[in-house]
Design a protein around this ligand. Structure first.
Ligand code: NAD
Length: 292
């Protein structure tokens, strides 16, 4: 069992840290807003009052933060992860950030004698709570081997997809697929309702055929009931569509459907819906059709 420092105890990080405690690890957590740290303590973890306190003496360091600048400041900052972590420690960043930012972190970590992985996750809050996330891991094979036990406490599908940054590239593809799925599910729902068809029955039968998807199972019922409590906030998906578009441009690719859905997500955020769950994209599709 490892001594683990965990930074970023939000919707995803909180339950992930609790699952690491449950698996027998010694987890010391830090979060910018202290209420989340209290929850980790209630789950059997230890409170840290700073990044340095969480990282000091840790064999494994997890970060689960909103965006690239957050991770960069926690890793590169004065008294940040690289300044404080002991040589040989393993840094596992589970945040969804830009692949180039992950590659820079990996290079700097190696220069400091640390091992590091980008290990973004998919499955949302329910799978974070169950410890059954899908985890797409980029980095060196020896770091992946060293991380398997800790990652096994938070995930069920854990795949080494390539070198540093590759985990983030796969996660970007994940976000492209999920956003497109939600957009089409929203259109199908508005379509069924406009025709006066029983939307509950409709979604049930669609879920059993080729139109079925994890998005439909996880979000269909909530969308039908207009329950948009996050979950995964639209503003975070907006960030991720920015990552997808930049990475597509870097590879000289055009992603027409992804670009359209990115614009719809951007409009939702601009209209003040960024704090809603990403299934709140349904509101945008509804407005575009002149409905309430
Ligand atoms: P969140 O906003 O709920 O959690 C982030 C936490 O980090 C917050 O508690 C915040 O206080 C803390 N934080 C921010 N900056 C900090 C700093 N400098 N030092 C210490 N703590 C800091 O976000 P989330 O939904 O848990 O998402 C985290 C990451 O996981 C994001 O990159 C997101 O895209 C990704 N993700 C989220 C989901 C989901 O369903 N929510 C699913 C997969 C991936």
């Amino acid at each position: 069992m490892s001594k683990i420092g965990f930074i970023g105890l939000g919707i995803m990080g909180g339950p992930m840290a609790a699952n690491l405690v449950q698996a027998g690890h010694e987890v010391t957590g830090f979060n910018r807003s202290p209420a989340a740290v209290d929850e980790l303590v209630a789950a059997g973890g230890t409170a840290a009052a700073s990044i340095a306190e969480a990282v000091s003496g840790a064999e494994v360091i997890f970060t689960m933060l909103p965006d690239s600048p957050d991770v960069e400041s926690v890793v590169f900052g004065e008294d940040g992860v690289l300044a404080v972590a002991e040589r040989g420690a393993l840094l596992i960043d589970c945040s969804t950030i830009r692949p180039d930012a992950s590659r820079r972190i990996a290079e700097a970590a190696a220069e400091r004698g640390l091992r590091s992985l980008d290990a973004p996750v998919s499955g949302g809050e329910p799978k974070a709570i169950d410890g059954t996330l899908s985890i797409m891991v980029g980095g060196e094979a020896d770091a992946f081997a060293a991380a398997e036990e800790a990652l096994g406490a938070v995930g069920a599908t854990i795949v080494h997809v390539g070198p540093a940054g590759a985990g983030q590239t796969v996660k970007a593809a994940n976000q492209l697929i999920v956003a497109g799925n939600i957009g089409l599910l929203a259109e199908a729902l508005v379509f069924l309702e406009a025709h006066g068809v029983d939307a509950e029955a409709g979604l049930n039968v669609l879920g059993g055929g080729l139109a079925g998807s994890n998005v439909l199972s996880a979000k269909g019922e909530k969308m039908r009931n207009r329950e948009f409590e996050p979950g995964f906030r639209l503003e975070l998906h907006h960030k991720d569509m920015g990552i997808v578009q930049a990475a597509a441009r870097e590879a000289g690719l055009t992603i027409p459907l992804g670009t359209l859905v990115a614009q719809l997500v951007a409009a939702s955020v601009a209209q003040g819906d960024g704090a809603l769950d990403h299934s709140g994209l349904l509101k945008q599709i509804t407005h575009l059709n002149g409905h309430d």
